[in-house]
Design a protein around this ligand. Structure first.
Ligand code: ZN
Length: 273
């Protein structure tokens, strides 16, 4: 499943090829994605110049003067840029064509989404889809104090809270286990029982882990152009995730695995309290 780092790397990979280009055609081969691809997508988007490619949570936002195209990769979606004609495969559902360049959306499981938000419909940030998202992890206005105050209102286990996308988005299952290990916090610890100082460490850990994953993906940026579309995904060197029964890299204690809300959690029983 593409997580926030993969989506950010996708953004970095496609943006240079799209910004400043005018959409000349939109081909939808399958409307049956999540929410349904709007029937008037082509009519709304054609003739519009892409002014920016942004990301909010796991949504990619292609801004144009008339509105914003909203793309979500779902469970198995990917995007790549084509600079010459290429016969679409069975899962290549949408092409956003800018004359000699095309952005191709590929999604075997079809949990992804391609939507359009017209500017006249109001602020994009007010869209229910985006409004309920937690803070962006790298938003400088998200301070340790604010993170602490938000966690004080949550009584569930910290791992579960992080996965909920509140108070901060983008901390998927792997990143939650890895961040908690770095911060030395046990995944079952109640969110409202974590001190300000440890919340500060956790926020730093989340940022470092996500940043590390994005940087790892940086080496694959050119793979977004004229590629098979299989790249753009990368393996972090995990400290705990997937390492049950192996010695902790910090203290040698064997890493444990447990289930938390149907998800696998990995932790070091000695390093995490
Ligand atoms: Zn350890």
């Amino acid at each position: 499943v593409p997580e926030l780092p993969e989506v950010e790397v996708t953004r970095l990979g496609i943006a240079p090829h799209l910004v400043g280009k005018t959409i000349s055609a939109v081909t939808v081969r399958h409307h049956g994605l999540r929410h349904g691809v709007p029937r008037d997508l082509a009519r709304n988007a054609c003739g519009q110049t892409i002014t920016a490619v942004r990301r909010r949570g796991k949504y990619l936002l292609l801004d144009t003067p008339a509105g914003t195209m909203i793309i979500h990769l779902g469970m198995s979606g990917s995007l790549r840029v084509l600079t010459h004609a290429e016969t679409p495969g069975p899962h290549d559902h949408v092409d956003i064509v800018c004359n000699d360049t095309a952005l191709r959306f590929h999604d075997p499981r079809r949990f992804g989404a391609v939507l359009w938000h017209p500017k006249r419909a109001g602020l994009l940030e007010e869209l229910p889809l985006l409004k309920r998202l937690g803070a962006e992890p790298f938003d400088p206005t998200l301070t340790a104090d604010e993170f602490y105050r938000a966690l004080q209102r949550r009584h569930a286990a910290i791992k579960t809270v992080l996965l909920s996308g509140q108070p901060v988005v983008g901390v998927g299952n792997i990143y939650a286990s890895e961040s908690l290990f770095r911060a030395g916090i046990h995944p079952c610890r109640r969110a409202d029982r974590i001190s300000l100082e440890r919340c500060h460490k956790l926020l730093q850990a989340i940022r470092a882990v996500l940043k590390g994953a994005i940087e790892k993906g940086g080496s694959s940026l050119r793979d977004f152009v004229d590629s098979s579309g299989e790249s753009g995904y990368f393996q972090l060197e995990h400290q705990v995730y997937g390492r049950e029964g192996k010695p902790c890299r910090r203290c040698g204690t064997l890493i444990r695995q447990m289930r938390q809300g149907q998800r696998a959690t990995f932790y070091c029983p000695s390093c995490q309290k």
